[in-house]
Write a protein of this length. Structure first.
Length: 467
C-alpha cells in the first residue's frame, strides 16, 4: 500500500479513537460525570464492546478501505484466521483497537493508530523467536546473553508483544495461550537467528541448551522451557517458519527438538507452578548470565561439546523433577540413576582422557575445583565418591547404595560453573592445572580460585543457589 494511503488509514483510525474516547460516559453508565480520565477510559472499554459505537466510528471514518486492508492482513496468518473466523473485518478491527487501548495505557491515539495500521498493511518486520518458560521476572525483562532476554508478558509496557494475546486451539496443555495467559509463564526471547530454534526431533543443532542451562544453574529448582513460536514484533504470532505442516505449526507453535533429549514425552507431562524472580534476584541473574555467556563464548569447540553432553544429563534430571511445595525437590526417577547421570556429567568435564582410576581423578579434581577450604574439599571428595558408589551399584546390578542426592546436586552444580570459569581461561589444559593445584597452593590460588572468584563477584549465589 502506498505511503499516502497508509497515512490516510492512520489518520482515520486516530480520528475514530479520538471520537470514541470523547463519547459521553453517561451514555453507558449512571456514574457521576466528573470521574477521572483513567476511570472514564476503563468505563468506555468495559461498556462499548456491548454496543456498535466503535464499529460505526470505524465505518464512518474509513469504510471500505480499512475493511479491504483488514481482510488482506487476516489472510496472511492462520493464527489470526482461527481467532477472527466468525467476525467481520470491522468487528475484528474494533476488537484489535479495544485491546490496544486497554493495554497501551501510556500511548496516544496516534501511536495506537500507527501500530494497528502497521499490523494491517505495514511491511514485514524481522521476527523474534520465543520460548515459553516456567519462571517470570518481576522486572519487565532480564538481559541474559547471546541476545536472549527473560521477560514477563506485560502487554501494557512491551510494544514487541503481539497485539492479540493467544487464543484458539487448546488441544494440548502446552498451547502458549494456556501457558502464558492461564498459568502465568514467562518467555525467553531473542531476534530470530540462523540457526533458529530447531524443531525436527532428529536434529543435532543445539540452541535451547545454553539459556536453559544457565537458568537451571542459577537457581536450585528446575526451570523448564516448553514450546517455541515466532512473533512479528508488535503485531502477530506467525505460522512457524520451519513449515506449518501440522496443526501445531499452523497455529504458530512447536516443540523444540532438544526437549526430546531431556523428556520422554514432550507433548505430555504437566504444568509446573511458575516461580517469580524478584527484582533483586533478577538483577543478580543479569550479572550471572553475562558472565556465563562470556565464559561460554571463550570455550573452544571441543570443550563446548563436552559441556553440552554434560548439560544433557543435568537437564534430564531437572526435567524429571517435580516442583514441591515443601521446597525439597527430588527427581522422579530411581536415585541410583540420578547418581549415575550426575557422575557421568562431571566425569565428562573433569576426566576427558578416560583411563583407569576415574573415581579418584574426578573426586580429587572436583574437590580442588570447588572446595573453599580443606574441610570443604574433603566434603566434596566424599560426596563424589558416594555418588560413584551408587552409580556402580546401578550399573552393575549390585545392592542399592544410599546417596545424599541434594548434596550431590549441589556439588555437581558448583562443578559446572567453576569448570566453566577455569576452562574458559585454560582450555583443554584445565585438567592438568587441577592436578597441579592438588600439590601447589600457589597454582590453586592463582590459576583456579582466582578465576572462580572473578565469576562470582557481586553475585553471591556460589554457596547456595536461589530457592
Amino acid at each position: 500500500m502506498a505511503g499516502g494511503e497508509t497515512k490516510k488509514l492512520i489518520n482515520g483510525v486516530a480520528r475514530a479513537l479520538d471520537s470514541f474516547l470523547a463519547l459521553p460516559v453517561e451514555t453507558f453508565t449512571p456514574e457521576p460525570y466528573h470521574i477521572g480520565p483513567k476511570k472514564r477510559r476503563r468505563t468506555l472499554l468495559r461498556e462499548v464492546p456491548k454496543t456498535p459505537f466503535l464499529q460505526e466510528l470505524i465505518e464512518r471514518e474509513l469504510g471500505e478501505k480499512l475493511r479491504v486492508a483488514a481482510g488482506r492482513a487476516l489472510d496472511e496468518t492462520a493464527y489470526d484466521l482461527a481467532y477472527w473466523a466468525r467476525q467481520s473485518e470491522t468487528q475484528s478491527i474494533e476488537r484489535g483497537l479495544l485491546e490496544l487501548l486497554e493495554k497501551s495505557t501510556g500511548a496516544t491515539t496516534r501511536q495506537i493508530a500507527e501500530r494497528y495500521v502497521g499490523y494491517l498493511v505495514g511491511p514485514a518486520l524481522p521476527l523474534d523467536e520465543y520460548l515459553s518458560v516456567d519462571i517470570v521476572p518481576e522486572l519487565a525483562k532480564v538481559q541474559l546473553f547471546d541476545e536472549w532476554e527473560l521477560i514477563h508478558l506485560d502487554y501494557a509496557s512491551d510494544a514487541k508483544l503481539p497485539i492479540h494475546e493467544w487464543h484458539g486451539l487448546a488441544v494440548a496443555w502446552r498451547n502458549p495461550g494456556r501457558l502464558h495467559a492461564d498459568e502465568g509463564y514467562g518467555a525467553l526471547r531473542r531476534p530470530r537467528r540462523d540457526p533458529a530454534i530447531p524443531t525436527n526431533p532428529s536434529g543435532t543443532t543445539r540452541v535451547v541448551v545454553w539459556p536453559i542451562l544457565a537458568l537451571n544453574l542459577f537457581v536450585s529448582y528446575p526451570i523448564k522451557v516448553q514450546v517455541t513460536y515466532f512473533v512479528e514484533p508488535g503485531r502477530r504470532v506467525v505460522p512457524h517458519p520451519s513449515g506449518p505442516d501440522d496443526v501445531l505449526g499452523r497455529m504458530g507453535w512447536r516443540i523444540p527438538h532438544e526437549l526430546h533429549r531431556w523428556e520422554h514425552d514432550p507433548l505430555g507431562g504437566r504444568v509446573e507452578r511458575v516461580r517469580v524472580l524478584n527484582a533483586y534476584d533478577s538483577s543478580k541473574l543479569e550479572r550471572f548470565a553475562a558472565r556465563f555467556g562470556s565464559r561460554l563464548t571463550a570455550l573452544e569447540f571441543k570443550l563446548r561439546d563436552r559441556l553440552i553432553r554434560a548439560a544433557d544429563h543435568y537437564l534430564f534430571i531437572n526435567y524429571n523433577t517435580k516442583r514441591a511445595a515443601s521446597g525439597i525437590e527430588l527427581p522422579d526417577i530411581h536415585p541410583s540413576e540420578v547418581a549415575f547421570r550426575w557422575t557421568v556429567a562431571i566425569e565428562g568435564l573433569l576426566a576427558s582422557e578416560g583411563g583407569t582410576d576415574l573415581t579418584r581423578k574426578v573426586a580429587q579434581r572436583a574437590a580442588v575445583l570447588v572446595g573453599r577450604d580443606d574441610a570443604d574439599r574433603l566434603h566434596v571428595e566424599r560426596i563424589v565418591r558416594e555418588a560413584y558408589r551408587a552409580r556402580s551399584a546401578y550399573a552393575h546390578g549390585g545392592s542399592e547404595k544410599e546417596a545424599d542426592l541434594l548434596a550431590i546436586k549441589d556439588v555437581v552444580r558448583r562443578v559446572f560453573l567453576s569448570w566453566l570459569a577455569v576452562a574458559a581461561e585454560h582450555g583443554r589444559a584445565a585438567e592438568r592445572v587441577l592436578d597441579d593445584a592438588l600439590l601447589s597452593q600457589h597454582v590453586l590460588e592463582d590459576r583456579v580460585q582466582r578465576f572462580v572468584r572473578d565469576f562470582w563477584e557481586d553475585i553471591d549465589t556460589q554457596e547456595a543457589p536461589l530457592t
